[in-house]
Design a protein around this ligand. Structure first.
Ligand SMILES: [Mn+2]
Length: 440
């Protein structure tokens, strides 16, 4: 059996605002957390050992990480090179540079010719010799529409039509790779994609089926022993029949609060031609805790907030406290003792939300006789959808883009792509499905 360690979405250098400087090392504690998780993965690969390591993409929050973050990543992967373990580094959306003709942060490993390292920045089948036999790895990096389609081809098309065209273009390319496989040895497809049927971490935007996605049927081919995915931070297998397994290992650390309730880890795979076993291996990562309390109807809001805090185990966790209060209650809150109650957390943020009498009214003024401009209407709608709160600002921005849209949808979308590249979190699928929503 060939033993494979499959990990993805390292996002080293993310979430630094949730950490603090470690006085002993001078390094942000959240960066240390991410390095610790990565170290556990590499330790496993070396100690067991693995015959092959597959990284599913998104090494850093963007393509130009600061040198000390690059160095931390390189120091860990260097250990695989030292141990002579073949390693494939796939290029994710966060690894691609948005300017010029791209290039990716990971290409440095090819330029330096790191022994036994392969950088997957195009669609290609790599034949790799391991201690337990040969294996084929088809790399499918993150594709944006400009990789496969020209601008005139997409002019005037809706996002759904562009998506369909992209899949039409991709299908024969994958078909061709599969046709040329050596059928006597096992094969893994390593892809950084948004697959349909996948659940996003927060599960509040399940409309991914209509987004910019790749059908699972295109990936789950019987010629493959295993499909190793990257991109979505929540661990999941998209093919319960396991013929082949189509697996997101998820991110190795919590990148933001949307991952609060998810287990984090990597996947250990053992396979030979026609047979595969795989296991999700959880990593010991830092807890996140959201404490949300509504004190608008309470006589003693301060006590209620402290009570809510005491109910949660916040020791060493990244904590966010969100409390709703009426404007006339503000003077009843003693902030210093709230800080004191949170002092055992690793870090915390406090977000008071003041509710005014007016916005507490049950329904906003969206009656038939009212004429609101679209942005005002959307604002009113969003004010009443607290489940969309995290993304309401993005939705408003997106709406503004759409309303201002002069040339074509695509121009606007590219602006958004750029925007996304610079963000810490993996918010692009969200953004794309938002675009769809706004369009329909
Ligand atoms: Mn990604």
């Amino acid at each position: 059996m060939i033993k494979v360690l499959h990990l993805s979405d390292i996002h080293l250098g993310s979430g630094l605002s949730q950490g603090k400087i470690n006085p002993e090392t001078g390094i942000n504690t959240r960066l240390e957390d991410f390095i610790k998780s990565l170290t556990q993965c590499i330790d496993r690969a070396i100690n067991t050992p693995a015959d092959l390591v597959l990284f599913g993409g998104d090494a850093f929050p963007d393509a130009t990480p600061p040198p000390y973050v690059q160095d931390a990543f390189a120091s860990q992967f260097r250990r695989l090179a030292d141990a002579n373990i073949p390693t494939v580094l796939l290029v994710g959306n966060h690894d691609r540079h948005s300017q010029g003709n791209g290039g990716a942060s990971l290409c440095i490993y090819r330029a330096l010719a790191v022994p036994r390292f392969i950088v997957g920045d195009n669609i290609h089948t790599h034949r790799i010799t391991t201690g337990n036999g040969d294996i084929q790895v088809i790399t499918l990096p993150w594709l944006n529409r400009s990789t496969l389609l020209t601008r005139p081809e997409t002019k005037g098309l809706s996002l759904e039509e562009v998506n369909a065209k992209l899949i039409d273009r991709l299908q024969p390319i994958i078909e061709n790779e599969i046709r040329n496989l050596d059928s006597s040895i096992p094969t893994i497809l390593l892809a950084h994609v948004m697959a349909d049927k996948a659940k996003l971490g927060a599960e509040r935007l399940l409309a991914v089926g209509t987004g910019f996605t790749i059908p699972v049927s295109l990936l789950a081919r019987p010629e493959l022993e295993y499909v190793a995915l990257g991109h979505i931070h929540k661990h999941q297998n998209l093919n319960k029949y396991n013929n082949p397994p189509v697996v997101y290992p998820g991110s190795i650390e919590r990148v933001d609060f949307s991952e609060e309730k998810e287990d984090k880890g990597y996947v250990w795979v053992e396979l030979e031609k026609g047979t595969v076993n795989w296991d999700f291996c959880p990593l010991n990562v830092r807890n996140f805790r959201t404490i949300e309390v509504d004190v608008t109807e309470k006589d003693n809001p301060q006590d209620e907030i402290l009570k809510a805090i005491s109910k949660k185990n916040i020791q060493d966790a990244v904590v966010r406290l969100i409390y709703k209060l009426r404007s006339e209650q503000v003077e009843l809150i003693e902030v210093a003792s709230i800080h004191d109650a949170l002092k055992n957390a690793h870090s915390y943020t406090i977000r008071p939300e003041t509710i005014t009498q007016k916005s507490r009214s049950r329904l906003p003024e969206l009656g038939v006789n009212n004429t609101l401009d679209p942005i005002e209407a959307l604002k009113t709608y969003l004010d009443n959808r607290k489940d969309l709160k995290d993304i309401s600002e993005e939705m408003l921005q997106t709406a503004q883009y759409l309303l201002n849209g002069d040339e074509s949808d695509l121009d606007m979308e590219e602006d958004l792509d750029k925007d996304i590249e610079t963000k810490e979190q993996d918010s692009d699928p969200k953004q794309l499905s938002l675009l769809q929503k706004m369009e329909s």
